[in-house]
Design a protein around this ligand. Structure first.
Ligand SMILES: [Zn+2]
Length: 850
């Protein structure tokens, strides 16, 4: 299936201006297909010219252009030729479309709890033609009117305000000009909570079986939504322009959320059905603020082509965390505000750092997306957290007045239209009076992270910068640097600007240790040098004494980076993290570090024979923290989760499953119970019927996904065979069940069980591109990639696969990143746990363009 090329999009945008879409949908609960009728009115700049529309139907029933019938059989690969256009045109497309089960197009989820059908439409990135005929590119914006026929008991919401005109018939108000990729529709017997803020109707929606949980979570979600609305109205000086604001929590959602104007769709796991931590609520709040920021950035002003996708995501990401950090005056949001940047550093930055050090790294802007499929493959932590960090640096450098002043004129100039990077830079240049050409080149058009080292000697604190390549030798950083004495007291705390040359500060003699970027404001690898290199013992000693959350995050991220770089023994890193965990007060930080400890340090970065002992150490510390934690606290819940994941003790797991020996205040609710079931399954303690029995006890949508994971975790040849078949053959399995199965296949705690599938992974997984596309294709391969089987032989298989010339962009990108992770594990294991007589893998790896 060809993907729209940038050159084709440019030609079509020069030729056509699209005014209006009238879309009529006939939706049902159980039929495999639905009818979609689209009437598009548009102009053509050169009458007599030809163009094409995009539509991917099961069957194209009829096509009329300006009243004359066209032959539906001319549709090829999702493109319908439109010959001989007039100055003004009306195109009518009638099609039968398939409901999808991969989270794109018109997705249908049947709730196993009550067999009700729930729909939502996901058009991002190029899935709109899977549910209506259109000109699918971001710069052909138009107004939309939808008319929906559906079962009488359904609720319908969309981009325009929905009105029930008769039983089973809904009309949606005409919208402002929208890009195709954020047109949506949500329909089904959804449970709704309606509220209001500042004249804006607010709606929260979820499946009826989640009604009780939606009601419990609504106050917190509405508080964030209201506060973020006020904040953006103040900051941008332009009111929210899309009418009502609905947030629909939907099943099987691939992303965190999607910013459809007026009707955001979010993953329904945000409607917590079991005990959740403050960190998890804060992350949800950040997502709510992120999607709301998109209403201005992305929706009001939209990128012209996918190569500026970063403009959307970096902005939404930066503004979301900044907004959350500035909401401290709201009594319900003080903790969110206090922890927002620490959470950004420990969670969001981590995967961006990995992406920026992979051979597949790319510049923040101008990712070179020559077609839509390539743009989706480049959609990663660089577009989010690196871009957000770059903008944070720019705001720091220009000051808020110029930063937001430029932004406001950009919104005013391009409202309801499209823009490019140059337009935004132009607006900032005007507002600041500063030439930003150098800044753009150093931060947005080049890739890789700088390393910033701080060291102290003879009363001088030196901060130095090392560039990842010669073309970014003077990337500027506005950061703070802190100097500590041996007891962790701050003796120096100063802002500096680094731009290639070392910065030297005279400091009092007792400064023993210095941390560059102590507020975690930039994007770099931070290192602390002493006469003997990085003194990890000193880091371990000081960590619990450093008060600022962000500074500890910088130290923890250095530990993770250094393990991945092969400069720190994973066993030593584990010791360091486990010694600081009992004293680390921020549970959001602990959750990330424990996951790193279990999955990487005691998993992928350990030789198989060393894994049980390392898991045991994690379990021991988690158990100690668990028993000292306050009953019902986040600390208790976090420790319990870590203990379960690391435990090799079936007796303990079975006891908790039966409600025996459970610490006071720890709820063995649905989610914790499935964690126990999955660990027991992985240890070979459950058979297939045990899992089916658990599913009967929790026959919810979440339960079905957990059961899929538990089945694939069983170290039994038949279970692994079934998982493999599910992952490699075409079928109706919903995406979430595929992801859970993929994550379980090569479980690092059972290296022998999946051995038969190692070679087959590299031969057969790329062939799934024949029957999967979009998010699912890449995500299944990424989730299943056998990093846990790190060995030179597996690495050779991976490298041989990458040498193939027939891999599409999604498969190549996924395999490139997986191979990089694998190479780092192999290198580390050989260096720190070497078996005799095996050559060390060459390092660093040669750069491979995806
Ligand atoms: Zn976003």
């Amino acid at each position: 299936m060809p993907s729209l090329a940038r050159t084709e999009a440019r030609e079509r945008a020069a030729l056509l201006s699209v005014h209006n879409y009238a879309i009529e949908l006939e939706l049902s609960e159980h039929e495999p297909q639905f009818r979609s009728t689209t009437t598009i009115s548009f102009d053509c700049a050169r009458p007599g010219a030809a163009s094409f529309a995009d539509i991917r139907p099961a069957e194209l029933e009829s096509v009329q252009l300006n009243g004359a019938d066209l032959d539906p059989a001319t549709l090829r690969d999702g493109r319908l030729p439109l010959p001989d256009l007039q100055a003004s045109n009306v195109l009518r497309l009638v099609a039968r479309m398939e409901y999808s089960h991969d989270g794109e197009g018109m997705h249908r989820h049947v709730d196993p709890a009550d067999h009700s059908s729930y729909l939502y439409a996901m058009s991002f990135l190029d899935a709109a033609p899977r549910w209506f005929g259109c000109f699918d590119q971001p710069d052909l914006k138009a107004r939309y009117q939808l008319s929906v026929h559906c079962p009488a008991h359904w609720t319908v919401i969309g981009n325009g305000a929905a009105t029930k005109v008769a039983d089973g018939h809904w009309q949606l108000a005409s919208t402002e000009p929208l890009a195709t990729y954020f047109v949506t529709l949500v329909a089904g017997p959804y449970h709704s909570i309606i509220a209001e803020h500042d004249g804006i109707t607010l709606g929260l929606h979820a499946r009826a079986s989640l009604a009780e949980h939606l009601a419990a979570e609504a106050p917190a979600m509405l508080a964030t939504t209201r506060a973020a609305f006020d904040h953006y109205h103040r900051t941008f000086g332009i009111r929210y322009p899309f009418g009502e604001y609905h947030q629909a929590f939907v099943a099987d959602f691939n992303a965190g959320a999607m910013e459809n104007p007026g009707c955001v769709t979010l993953r329904e796991q945000y409607v917590f059905r079991s005990a959740a931590t403050t960190a998890e609520r804060n992350r949800r709040a950040a997502t709510i603020a992120h999607e709301l920021a998109h209403m201005w950035f992305g929706n009001l002003v939209t990128m012209r082509w996918w190569d500026d996708l970063w403009l959307n995501e970096s902005f939404a990401e930066y503004l979301a965390y900044r907004t959350c950090a500035e909401l401290g005056d709201h009594p319900q949001l003080t903790e969110l505000a206090a922890l927002a940047w620490a959470d950004f550093g420990i969670d969001r930055k981590a995967n961006g750092h990995v992406a920026d050090q992979s051979p597949s790294t790319h510049p923040v802007a101008g990712n070179g997306a020559e077609d839509a499929a390539a743009a989706l493959a480049a959609f990663d932590g660089i577009s989010y957290s690196k871009g957000a960090s770059a903008l944070r640096q720019l705001a720091e450098h220009l000051g808020d007045e110029a930063f937001f002043g430029g932004l406001r004129s950009y919104f005013e100039r391009h409202r309801f239209g499209n823009a490019e990077l140059a337009d935004l830079i132009g607006a900032w240049t005007e507002a600041s009076g500063e030439d930003l050409t150098g800044w753009v080149r150093q931060w947005l058009l080049t890739s890789g992270l700088d390393t910033i080292r701080a060291s102290t000697a003879d009363g001088v604190l030196t901060v130095q910068q090392e560039a990842p390549s010669a073309d970014v030798a003077d990337r500027p950083h506005t950061i703070r640097v802190a100097g500590y004495d041996g007891g962790g007291a701050v003796l120096v705390d100063q802002q500096i600007r680094l731009a290639g040359q070392p910065v030297r500060l005279p400091v009092p003699e007792p400064v023993r240790f210095a941390v560059a970027d102590s507020l975690d404001q930039t994007w770099a690898k931070i290192r602390f040098d002493t006469a003997v290199g990085t003194d990890w013992d000193l880091v371990a000693e000081l960590l619990p004494r450093i008060e600022r959350h962000q500074t500890r995050v910088v130290l923890y991220n250095a530990v993770r980076d250094e393990v991945r770089d092969g400069g720190l023994d994973p066993d030593r890193a584990l010791e360091l993290l486990l010694s600081s965990y009992p004293q680390e007060p921020v549970e959001a930080i602990n959750a990330e570090l424990l996951a790193f400890a279990v999955t990487e340090l005691a998993g992928n970065y350990a030789a198989p024979e060393d894994r049980p002992a390392r898991r045991h150490r994690v379990a021991q510390v988690a158990e100690r923290v668990l028993h000292s934690a306050e009953p019902g606290s986040d600390r208790q819940l976090g420790a319990a989760r870590a203990l379960i994941s690391a435990s090799d003790d079936p007796e303990l797991l079975q006891a908790w499953r039966s409600g025996v020996r459970v610490p006071d205040g720890l709820p063995i609710d649905a989610e914790l119970r499935w964690l126990l079931i999955c660990r027991l399954a992985s240890l070979g303690e459950l058979d297939a019927t045990d899992i089916e029995r658990e599913l009967v006890a929790d026959d919810s949508s979440a339960g079905v996904v957990h059961a899929a994971r538990a089945r694939a975790l069983r170290p039994d040849p038949a279970a692994k065979r079934a998982a493999w078949t599910l992952l490699t053959t075409a079928g109706p399995t919903p995406a979430y069940e595929l992801y859970a199965t993929a994550e379980a296949l090569f479980d690092p705690t059972q290296p022998a069980a999946s051995q038969p599938y190692l070679a087959r992974f590299f031969i057969e997984m790329p062939t799934t591109a024949a029957h999967r596309r979009g998010w699912v294709l890449g995500k299944v391969i990424r989730s299943a990639f056998p990093v846990s089987a790190a060995s030179p032989a597996v690495l050779e298989l991976a490298d041989r696969t990458l040498a193939r010339t027939d891999l599409g962009p999604a498969v190549r990108r996924t395999l490139t990143d997986g191979t990089d992770a694998l190479r780092r594990c192999v290198h580390s294991i050989q260096r720190y746990q070497p078996p005799r007589g095996v050559a060390v893998v060459s390092w660093p790896p040669a750069r491979v363009r995806p």
